[in-house]
Design a protein around this ligand. Structure first.
Ligand code: HEC
Ligand code: HEC
Ligand code: HEC
Ligand code: HEC
Ligand code: HEC
Length: 410
C-alpha cells in the first residue's frame, strides 16, 4: 500500500457534499445549521482509501483479534443497534443535524473519506485501527471529535519501529496520554449539556495527579511481539478493552456495605454505602443510558421474599446515573434534545454515596436476611422498549458488588 500523506486534517468537518444527497434520500427537509459550529473542510477526502482492520491481521495477529472483540469495533450503527436506532431517530428529530454530531465518533472512517454509502468495508468498522492511529494531537474544539489527523503513517508508542514495506510508522507521545482517549470520551451537545465527561472526571481524580492513564487501566497487555515481523517487546497494549471479568484493573471498581439504622414501629431503616474504589472516573461514566442500580431484598429463613425495592420507582436512592431533561422539563430527555441535567447521581472517582431505605418489617417473628446487590446496566428499560432492542444484550444486569446482613426480628 502507498502511504497516504495528507497533513492537518481536523476531525470531521462538514465536507459532506454526499451527506446532502443522503439527507435528501432520507426525505429530510433543510440541513439544519446547528452544524454551523463546524470548521470548514480543509480538503475533500473522497480519494482516500483507508485500509480495513482486517488487513492488519497478517502481521498484528493478536492486536487485530483483540480489537475485533472490542466495543470499538462494533460502535457503528449496524453492530450496535442502541446507537444505530438512536442515531436515526435523532436525524429525524433534528432534520439531519446530528449526522455530523454523532457519526464521527462512532463511525470514524466514513466521515474522513466521505463514504456515507459505506461502499468500503472499513466504513462499517466503527472506531477503526487506521483512524485511531492517524490521531496526532488535539484539533479545533469545534471539530467532532476534536483531533488533528495525519493520514499515512500509523502512529504508535514505539520510537524506532521495525520498518516494513506495507506502511510507514510514526512515533506519537500523544497516543499514550489520557487526552487522546478524551477526544471521544468527553462531549457536550449543542445546548452545552455535558453528556459524557469521562475525561473531565479522570482529570479531576487522584489518578490524573498520580499519572495513571486510561491506557494503563484499559489496555494493560504484557510482554510479546507487536508484530510477527518484529522483536519481543516489554508490553504490547491489549486492544480488546475487556470487561471486569478478564481485566484485573477493573475487577474491584466499587465496594458495597449495608448498615442498619433505627427501627421505629414496623419499619427498619437501613443504609447502603457505595464507594468508587477502582474506576479512574465516575461510575457509571459516559452515556446517560449506563446505570448502576441497587437492588435490595429481605427474606426469611425459608427464603420467602418479604420485601424488595424497585429501583426504577426510586431513582433518588436506588439508581446512580445521569438524568437529562428537555426545555419543557420532560425527562428522561434524549441526549440530542437535552437542555439541562435534572439529576446527576454518578459516583465520582474515590467518592462514596449513601442511600437510605425504609423497610417494612413483617409481623411474623424470626431472623431475617437482607441482601443488597450493586448492578451495572447498559440501557434503561424504557429505552429498550422504545427502540425495540434485545433485552438479553441491553437489559442484562451485571453484578458489581454484593453485601448481606442478618436482621433480628424483633
Ligand atoms: C474515535 C473515538 C474514540 C477514541 C479515540 C477512543 N474511543 Fe473508546 N469508545 C468510542 C466509542 C464510540 C465507544 C462506544 C462503542 C459502543 O458501545 O458502541 C467506545 C467504547 C469504549 C469502551 C467500552 C465501553 C463499554 O461500555 O463497554 C472503553 C472501555 C473505551 N472506549 C475506552 C477507551 C480508551 C481507554 C481510549 C483511549 C486509549 C479510547 N476509548 C479511545 C470512541 C472512541
Ligand atoms: C481506540 C483507538 C485504537 C484502535 C481502534 C486501535 N488502536 Fe492500536 N493503539 C491504540 C493506543 C492508545 C495504543 C498505545 C497504548 C499504549 O502505549 O499505552 C495502541 C498501540 C498499537 C500498536 C503498538 C503496540 C504497542 O503496544 O506498542 C500497534 C501495532 C497497534 N496499536 C495496532 C493496531 C491495530 C492493527 C488495530 C486494529 C486491528 C488497532 N491498533 C486499533 C489505540 C487504538
Ligand atoms: C506486513 C506486515 C504488517 C502489516 C500488514 C501491518 N503492519 Fe503495522 N507494523 C508492522 C511491523 C513489523 C511493525 C513494527 C513492530 C516493532 O517494531 O515491534 C509495525 C508497527 C505498527 C505500529 C506501531 C508504530 C509505532 O511507531 O509505534 C502501528 C500503530 C501499526 N503497525 C499499525 C498497523 C495497522 C493499523 C495496520 C493495518 C491497517 C498494520 N499496521 C499493518 C508490520 C505490519
Ligand atoms: C484506575 C483505573 C482506571 C482509569 C485510570 C480509567 N478507567 Fe475507565 N474504568 C475503570 C473501571 C474499574 C471501570 C468499571 C468497570 C465496570 O464495572 O464496568 C471503567 C469503566 C470505563 C468505561 C465503561 C463505562 C460504562 O459505563 O460502560 C469507559 C468508557 C471507560 N472506563 C473509559 C475510560 C477513559 C476514557 C479513561 C481515561 C480518561 C479511563 N476510563 C480511565 C478503571 C479505570
Ligand atoms: C465526541 C464523541 C461522541 C459523540 C459526538 C457522540 N458520541 Fe455516543 N459515545 C461516545 C463514546 C466514547 C461512547 C462510549 C462510552 C460512553 O458511554 O461514553 C458513546 C456511547 C454512546 C451510547 C451508548 C452505547 C452503548 O451501547 O452502551 C449511545 C446510545 C450513544 N453514544 C449515542 C450517541 C448519539 C445518538 C450521538 C449524537 C446525538 C452521540 N452518541 C454522539 C462518543 C460520542
Amino acid at each position: 500500500m502507498t502511504p497516504l500523506r495528507t497533513r492537518g486534517y481536523h476531525g470531521c468537518t462538514l465536507a459532506c457534499s454526499r451527506a446532502t444527497t443522503i439527507l435528501h434520500r432520507l426525505a429530510l427537509v433543510a440541513f439544519a445549521l446547528a452544524a454551523s459550529a463546524y470548521t470548514p473542510p480543509p480538503l475533500l477526502h473522497t480519494d482516500i482509501n483507508f485500509q480495513s482492520g482486517l488487513t492488519c491481521r497478517g502481521c498484528h495477529v493478536d492486536i487485530t483479534e483483540q480489537w475485533t472483540t472490542s466495543a470499538h469495533a462494533s460502535a457503528d450503527r449496524k453492530s450496535n443497534p442502541l446507537f444505530g436506532r438512536m442515531y436515526f431517530t435523532s436525524l429525524k428529530e433534528t432534520r439531519g443535524a446530528t449526522m455530523v454530531k454523532c457519526g464521527p465518533c462512532h463511525e470514524t472512517a466514513s466521515f474522513v473519506s466521505n463514504d456515507f454509502e459505506k461502499l468500503r468495508d472499513v466504513s462499517t468498522e466503527g472506531v477503526t485501527c487506521v483512524y485511531c492511529h492517524a490521531i496526532t494531537g488535539t484539533g479545533p474544539p469545534a471539530a467532532v471529535p476534536p483531533f488533528t489527523l495525519l493520514l499515512g503513517p500509523y502512529h504508535g508508542p514505539i520510537r524506532q519501529a521495525v520498518k516494513v514495506n506495507d506502511h510507514v510508522s510514526g512515533y506519537s507521545d500523544f497516543i499514550t496520554k489520557s487526552d487522546y482517549c478524551g477526544g471521544c470520551h468527553q462531549y457536550q451537545n449543542q445546548n452545552g449539556v455535558l453528556i459524557s465527561d469521562t475525561f473531565g472526571e479522570w482529570k479531576r481524580s487522584k489518578y490524573a495527579k498520580q499519572g495513571v492513564t486510561c491506557q494503563q487501566c484499559h489496555m494493560p497487555g504484557g510482554p510479546g511481539r507487536v508484530s510477527s515481523m518484529g522483536p519481543v517487546r516489554p508490553r504490547v497494549a491489549d486492544h480488546s478493552f475487556p470487561g471486569p471479568v478478564q481485566n484485573r484493573a477493573l475487577r474491584d471498581a466499587a465496594t458495597l456495605a449495608l448498615r442498619l439504622g433505627k427501627r421505629s414501629g414496623d419499619t427498619l431503616r437501613c443504609f447502603a454505602v457505595v464507594t468508587n474504589v477502582g474506576a479512574g472516573h465516575a461510575i457509571p461514566t459516559g452515556n446517560d443510558q449506563h446505570l448502576l442500580l441497587l437492588r435490595l431484598r429481605l427474606t426469611d429463613t425459608g427464603d420467602h421474599i418479604l420485601w424488595e425495592n424497585d429501583p426504577f420507582q426510586d431513582w433518588d436512592s436506588s439508581v446512580f446515573g445521569l438524568l437529562l431533561a428537555n426545555d419543557l422539563g420532560v425527562y428522561p430527555a434524549e441526549t440530542w434534545n437535552a437542555s439541562k441535567v435534572l439529576s446527576d447521581r454518578r459516583i465520582q472517582a474515590g467518592a462514596t454515596a449513601q442511600s437510605r431505605f425504609e423497610i417494612p418489617m413483617p409481623e411474623a417473628k424470626g431472623p431475617l436476611r437482607l441482601e443488597a446487590q450493586l448492578l451495572y446496566r447498559r440501557a434503561r428499560p424504557e429505552t429498550i422498549h422504545a427502540y425495540g432492542l434485545p433485552e438479553d444484550t441491553y437489559g442484562d444486569e451485571r453484578l458489581v458488588a454484593r453485601a448481606t446482613l442478618q436482621v433480628q426480628n424483633p
